[in-house]
Ligand binder design. Sequence first.
Ligand SMILES: C[S@@+](CC[C@H](N)C(=O)[O-])C[C@H]1O[C@@H](n2cnc3c(N)ncnc32)[C@H](O)[C@@H]1O
Length: 252
Amino acid sequence: MKTLSLIGIGPGGPEYLTMQAVEALRTTDCFFMLEKEGRGKDELIEARRTILARYLPNANPRLVTRASPPRCMDANGYREGVQQWHERKRVLIAEMIEQELAEGERGAFLIWGDPSLYDQTVSLISDLVAAAPERLELVVIPGITAVQALTAAHRIPVNRVGEPIAITTGRAIRQQDPRAIRNSVVMLDNNAEFQHLTDQDLEIYWGAYLGCGDQALAAGPLDEVLEELLALRERLREEKGWIMDTYLLRRR
Ligand SMILES: C[S@@+](CC[C@H](N)C(=O)[O-])C[C@H]1O[C@@H](n2cnc3c(N)ncnc32)[C@H](O)[C@@H]1O
């Protein structure tokens, strides 16, 4: 039997790992990494290497790195493109496990934030386990998400008493009726979709590079802070070359 762990590493800095995650690092034989194309990839890989150096200072961990398959911009639409992309990733991960992990060994992927939130690795590996349950088992170690890093940094609860919470994407919030927003956390938003949500009596709590050394925060009534926030976001994106942000929209 081979074991594959998906270890949630939190939103950036090494201090966000749980004790359970650190223990899982110590019992891992081989760490797998998929390097994505695009700006920021070096920093995301570097963050993982920093975590390994911090928690396994006397070990020389075995690292297996492969280029992550590029996202398919499929002519048949967004969903089909994503499906094809996931299929390629599944094949690649199966190869890595087959070629790089010996019988009885434990491999691991270090997953940004928590493995269950906007990350498909759990589903991809579950498919591999379902195909060969006698040869592969999956262990999931939870992590602190960008959502928790955001609300902690702003010192707010994610919802007010008894209210529902939605966690959604930039693509989905754009298609939603803005009047239905109560407490919506928006992730995976390259286009600052909040700029289209003025005149809705919303507050925004925004954070970029949360939990990292260069964390940036902004908050206030959306209509009042919009221009300043767009300028800040653009400046940070230019300075660093990429941006990773999350925000909560709350009806006032
Ligand atoms: C592919 S999702 C991964 C989410 C991750 N599994 C989690 O639990 O937070 C990537 C999105 O998470 C958010 N994100 C992750 N880390 C972040 C951070 N340190 N600061 C701000 N947003 C972050 C951004 O919205 C980004 O587009």
